[in-house]
Design a protein around this ligand. Sequence first.
Ligand code: CO8
Length: 257
Amino acid sequence: MELIKVNPAHKKYIALIELNRPKELNALNLQLMQELKEALRQLDEDETVRVIIITGNERAFAAGADIKQMAGKTAIDMLNIDQFSTWDQIRKTKKPLIAAVSGFALGGGCELAMTCDMIVASETAKFGQPEIKIGVMPGAGGTQRLTRAIGKARAMEMVLTGDFIDGHEAQRLGLVNRVVPVEMYLHEAESLAAKIAAMSPVAAKLAKESVNRAFETHLDEGLNFERKNFYLTFASEDQTEGMNAFIEKRKAEFKGR
Ligand code: CO8
């Protein structure tokens, strides 16, 4: 891996992926996205990992797709490159993904953060969909996920003006889970990850899948999907352990089976 750093054992059960093109503000070129896809595939299969944090650096989470790489492309080049199949794979990661965002999260960078399940932001974070300023529009889910996260009026304003919002505003609007001073954002993401990593990884996967279903289906179908995943948790040793631990008034030790 050249453009990202991956540590599968950053903390107990927690993997850390750092986007690592600092000079280019972590602009998401095709190679970086391929590396990210491959890293997530490996971490999803790694039994020692329960939660994955994706971060950048203090100045930038990611300032968007690599404009220099895209500038000369035609529509048919873009179609043939088919970069969104990479994004589709990333979206299929089964383990919980937390974006730890400081600085710029723009265009594809904002979309990558929104592809994660939760976002922890620093006060200095800047979220935006500025594609309109370079004559295009969001392409990796921005018009859909931002609208679902913060509502039509504000999403429309951000997408049509390209204006940024800071970490506090993003939290007020429901885009991010937590906002903390810049020196704390990774630590805060780790605390959130540790809390989730202490739960049954089987239940976490099924619960993540079910919450995501809420965006993709009608209530009736979503409730049926949830019910099936709920029943499935009863096939796990973690369910027996979790319920017995409660009854025996001790802390549960989940094994992911
Ligand atoms: N692509 C390529 N290079 C970039 C990008 C980018 N998105 N953003 C910054 N850089 C480079 C700059 O060109 C500069 O390089 P150099 O030193 O060689 O000139 C370096 O990073 C530092 O940037 P600046 O000097 O511009 O730093 P400033 O602090 O002055 O400004 C900004 C920071 C405001 C973030 C500014 O760099 C900027 O506006 N960047 C572009 C933001 C943008 O428009 N993002 C959207 C891109 S389009 C997009 O994301 C489409 C998504 C849909 C497809 C997703 C597929 C991945």
